[in-house]
Design a binder for this molecule. Structure first.
Ligand SMILES: Nc1ncnc2c1ncn2[C@@H]1O[C@H](COP(=O)(O)OP(=O)(O)OP(=O)(O)O)[C@@H](O)[C@H]1O
Ligand SMILES: [Mg+2]
Length: 676
C-alpha cells in the first residue's frame, strides 16, 4: 500500500511522458520532401529595403559575401527568405520592404533561380512588392494607401496561392524550408513541441513498445501483457483496474463489520434439541383432540337428523303440491259432469216452460172461441122464422103460402142443423181445451221441476267451484310449520352441543398456541445459529477476498512500476535513437523527475551544455549539425545562410550550399566571392 503511494504519482508523471511517447506517429514519409538538393543559381534584389540593387550568379556554388556593418548582408538573406516565405529572417511579414522614402513607381523585387540536383530541375522565382499610391479628393498629392505583390514562376505570373503551392511542391513547406536553411531556426525559433515531434517522427520510428520491451530484460513480463494494446492503453487499463481493486478492497472491512453486526445474539440452546420432538408430539396430540372434538359424534347425529328433516320436509312439500293438483283434477271432472246435467235441466225447463206457455195461449184462444160458439148457439137458438112482407125480394111477388110453409120448414131444419153443428163443434173445442189445460199443467209442472233441479245443481256447482281454488302455500300449512319446528329444535340442540365443545376446543387451542410459540422460539434460536454460521462463513469469504485483492493490488502496482520503467527506458531508447544521427548535438527529449516520472521536453545540447548557454559560434555549429542532419533525413538540402560568419573560426562542414555573410570593414559595398 505504502509502496503504491510512493509510486502512484510517478506513474502519473510517467503517463504524461508516456503519452507523448505513445503519441509518436509512425513517420509517414510521404509527408516529407524526398531527395531534394536545391542550390541557388542566382539572386537578384531590387530596391529591397536598404539594398538598391544586388545581382549575383552563384552557379550553385558556395559563396562568401563581405560587407561592412550596414552594407546590406542580412538584407540579402532577408530578401531570399521573403522570396520563398513572404517573411523576413525573423519571421516577420509586416515589415517595411520598400526603401525608406521611396516614391511612386519604386517597386521592391527579389528574383532567384534554383536548381535541383545540378540543373536537372531549374526554376526561377520572382516576387514583386508594389506600393499603391492614390490621390484623395481635395488633395494635390498622391499618398501611399496600400501595396500589392506579384508572383512569377519562370517569368509567368501566378496567383499567390499557386505560387506558394509551387514552392511547397518543388522545395518544401515554409517550416521545412526554415528548418533546413536557417541554422538557428530549429533549435531556437521552432516551438519545442513541434520540434520534438519532428525529431521523433524523423528518428524514433524504429522505437516501438515491443522493441523497447525486448531491448530491456527487466520489462520482459510486460511483453505478453501488451498484446495488441499500446503501453499507454495498458497503463490506463491497469490504473482503472487498480482503482477498482482498491475500492473493492477498501470496502471489505465495512462489509466484514456489517456481517459481524448481522450476527444475532446467541442464546442457550442446549435443551432445545431434546425439547423440540417432545413439543412436536404434544402438539400433534392436542391437534388430533381438537379435530375429534370438532367432528364429535352427537353433533354428527344431530347434523344427520337435521339433514333428514330437511329432506323429509322437501318431500312433504313435493307431495303436498302433487296432491293439491290431484284434487283439482277430480273436482274438474265432477264440475264438468254437473255442468252438463245443469245444462240439460235448464234446457228441459226452458222447453217445458215454452210448451206450457204456448199451450196456455192456445187454451185461452180456444176458450174465447168456445165462448163465441156459445153466443152463436144462443143467437141461433133465439132465431125466429121471418116471412117478411111475404114477397119475393127478387121479383117482388108475394110468396105462396105453401111456399111459405116450406120456407118455414126449411128454416127450422136449418136452425136445428145449425144448432147441432154448433153444439158438436163446441163439444170438440171443449174437449181440446180441456186436453190443452191438462197439458199446460203437465208442462208447467215439468218446467218447474226441471228448474228446481237445475237450481239445485247450480248450488252444487258453486260449492264445487269454491273448492276448486289454488291450494294454500306449503309454507302456510301446519305440516310445514311442524317440520320447521323439528328442524329448529335440532339446530338448537346442535348449537348447545357445539358451544360446549367449542369451549373445550378453545382451551386446547390456547395450549396449542403456547406450544407453537415455544417451538417458534426454539426454531428462531436454531435459525439464529444458522445465520451466525452463515455470517461467519461470509466473513471468512470476505477476508479471503481482501487477501486476494491485496495480491491483485500488489501485482498491479508491480505492473505500474514496470510501466514507469518502460517509459523511462523508452525515453532513453528514443533519445539514443535520435541522437545517433547527429554529429555534435545531443537532444534532450525527456527530463527525469524527482518522483521517477519522465517529462517530455526538447532541448539541444552540445557537450552537455544547453543550447541557450552556447557561444555564438557553438550555436552556429550546432545549427549546422541540425540543418545538415535533418536535411539528410528529410531529403531536403537547401542553401544555408550563415550571418556573421566571421565569428565562426571552425564552421562545421556540411553538404549544403553555404552562403557566408562576413562583416568586413573595408567592403563598404557588398562583395561576393564564389567558391571555385
Ligand atoms: N527600409 C529600409 N530602407 C532603407 N534602408 C533600410 C531599410 N531597412 C533597413 N535599412 C538599412 O539598410 C542597411 C543594411 O542593413 P543590414 O542589416 O542588411 O546590414 P548588415 O550588412 O547586415 O549589417 P551588420 O554587419 O551590422 O549586420 C542598414 O543600414 C539598415 O539600417
Ligand atoms: Mg547583418
Amino acid at each position: 500500500m505504502s509502496e503504491h503511494k510512493n509510486t502512484a504519482p510517478a506513474v502519473g508523471a510517467a503517463q504524461g511522458g508516456n503519452k507523448t511517447i505513445n503519441n509518436l506517429k509512425i513517420p509517414q514519409n510521404e509527408g516529407f520532401v524526398k531527395d531534394r538538393n536545391i542550390n541557388l543559381i542566382s539572386l537578384n534584389l531590387q530596391n529591397f529595403r536598404g539594398c538598391k540593387h544586388y545581382n549575383m550568379a552563384f552557379g550553385c556554388k558556395r559563396a562568401s559575401i563581405y560587407g561592412a556593418n550596414g552594407a546590406g548582408k542580412s538584407t540579402l538573406a532577408d530578401g531570399y527568405t521573403w522570396l520563398l516565405t513572404g517573411k523576413d529572417q525573423q519571421g516577420r511579414s509586416d515589415y517595411e520592404i520598400l526603401p525608406v522614402g521611396s516614391t511612386e513607381g519604386i517597386e521592391s523585387s527579389v528574383t532567384a533561380s534554383f536548381s535541383n540536383f545540378e540543373n536537372k530541375d531549374q526554376f526561377t522565382l520572382h516576387r514583386v512588392y508594389k506600393p499603391v499610391f492614390t490621390r484623395k479628393r481635395g488633395e494635390s498629392e498622391k499618398h501611399r494607401t496600400g501595396n500589392t505583390t506579384d508572383y512569377y514562376i519562370n517569368d509567368v505570373p501566378y496567383k499567390a496561392g499557386d505560387y506558394s503551392k509551387f514552392i511547397e511542391e518543388h522545395i518544401g513547406t515554409e517550416e521545412d524550408i526554415l528548418t533546413v536553411s536557417r541554422v538557428d531556426y530549429f533549435a531556437q525559433v521552432m516551438k519545442p513541441d513541434a520540434r520534438r515531434q519532428k525529431l521523433l517522427d524523423l528518428f524514433a520510428n524504429g522505437v516501438d513498445d515491443q522493441s523497447v520491451i525486448s531491448n530491456h530484460s527487466e520489462l520482459a513480463s510486460l511483453g505478453e501483457l501488451l498484446g495488441t494494446y499500446t503501453m499507454d492503453d495498458c497503463v490506463k487499463r491497469w490504473k482503472a483496474q487498480r482503482r477498482k481493486v482498491n475500492e473493492d478492497k477498501d470496502a471489505i472491512p465495512g462489509r466484514i463489520d456489517e456481517a459481524e453486526r448481522a450476527k444475532p445474539d446467541i442464546e442457550s440452546i442446549e435443551t432445545d434439541s431434546a425439547r423440540l420432538p417432545k413439543l412436536a408430539a404434544e402438539r400433534l396430540k392436542i391437534r388430533s383432540k381438537i379435530d375429534s372434538m370438532r367432528s364429535g359424534e352427537s353433533a354428527a347425529g344431530i347434523r344427520k337428523e337435521i339433514s333428514r328433516l330437511q329432506a323429509d320436509a322437501e318431500q312433504a312439500r313435493a307431495d303436498y303440491i302433487r296432491k293439491s293438483s290431484g284434487d283439482n283434477t277430480a273436482l274438474e271432472s265432477q264440475i264438468s259432469v254437473l255442468r252438463k246435467d245443469l245444462s240439460d235441466l235448464q234446457a228441459k225447463a226452458a222447453k217445458s216452460e215454452s210448451s206450457a206457455s204456448s199451450e196456455a195461449t192456445l187454451a185461452a184462444e180456444l176458450k174465447k172461441e168456445i165462448e163465441e160458439l156459445r153466443q152463436k148457439a144462443f143467437a141461433e137458438h133465439d132465431k125466429e122464422f121471418d116471412a117478411g112482407n111475404g114477397k119475393c125480394p127478387t121479383c117482388g111477388q108475394p110468396y105462396p103460402p105453401e111456399m111459405l110453409e116450406e120456407m118455414r120448414g126449411n128454416f127450422n131444419a136449418e136452425k136445428a142443423e145449425n144448432l147441432t153443428n154448433l153444439s158438436t163443434h163446441g163439444k170438440e173445442l171443449k174437449s181440446t181445451y180441456n186436453e190443452l189445460k191438462k197439458q199446460v199443467q203437465f208442462d208447467s209442472t215439468a218446467a218447474k221441476e226441471a228448474q228446481f233441479n237445475a237450481d239445485h245443481l247450480q248450488q252444487k256447482l258453486l260449492g264445487l267451484q269454491k273448492m276448486f281454488v289454488t291450494p294454500p302455500a306449503w309454507e302456510t300449512t301446519p305440516a310445514y310449520a311442524d317440520f320447521q319446528k323439528q328442524i329448529a329444535d335440532a339446530k338448537h340442540s346442535l348449537e348447545v352441543i357445539s358451544s360446549a365443545s367449542d369451549k373445550q376446543v378453545q382451551t386446547l387451542q390456547a395450549d396449542l398456541t403456547s406450544i407453537d410459540s415455544e417451538i417458534n422460539a426454539i426454531q428462531q434460536r436454531k435459525s439464529n445459529l444458522e445465520l451466525i454460521k452463515r455470517q461467519d462463513a461470509r466473513i471468512e469469504e470476505l477476508k479471503a477476498q481482501e487477501k486476494k485483492l491485496g495480491n491483485q493490488l500488489a501485482q498491479l502496482d508491480n505492473l505500474l512500476y514496470l510501466a514507469d520503467r518502460f517509459v523511462q527506458l523508452k525515453a532513453s531508447d528514443v533519445e539514443a535513437e535520435v541522437n545517433e544521427s547527429f554529429h555534435s548535438v545531443r537532444w534532450k527529449l525527456f527530463e527525469m523527475q524527482v518522483n521517477g516520472g519522465v517529462k517530455a521536453c526538447c532541448e539541444a545540447q552540445v557537450n552537455e551544455k544547453d543550447y541557450g548557454s552556447l557561444s555564438n559560434a557553438e550555436k552556429v555549429n550546432a545549427g549546422l549539425d541540425i540543418v545538415n542532419t535533418l536535411g539528410q533525413k528529410m531529403g531536403l538540402i537547401l542553401p544555408v545562410w550563415i550571418d556573421n560568419a566571421e565569428s565562426i573560426s571552425h564552421p562545421m562542414e556540411i553538404s549544403a550550399q553555404i552562403i557566408n555573410l562576413y562583416v568586413s570593414d573595408q567592403d563598404q559595398q557588398l562583395r561576393t566571392e564564389i567558391e571555385r
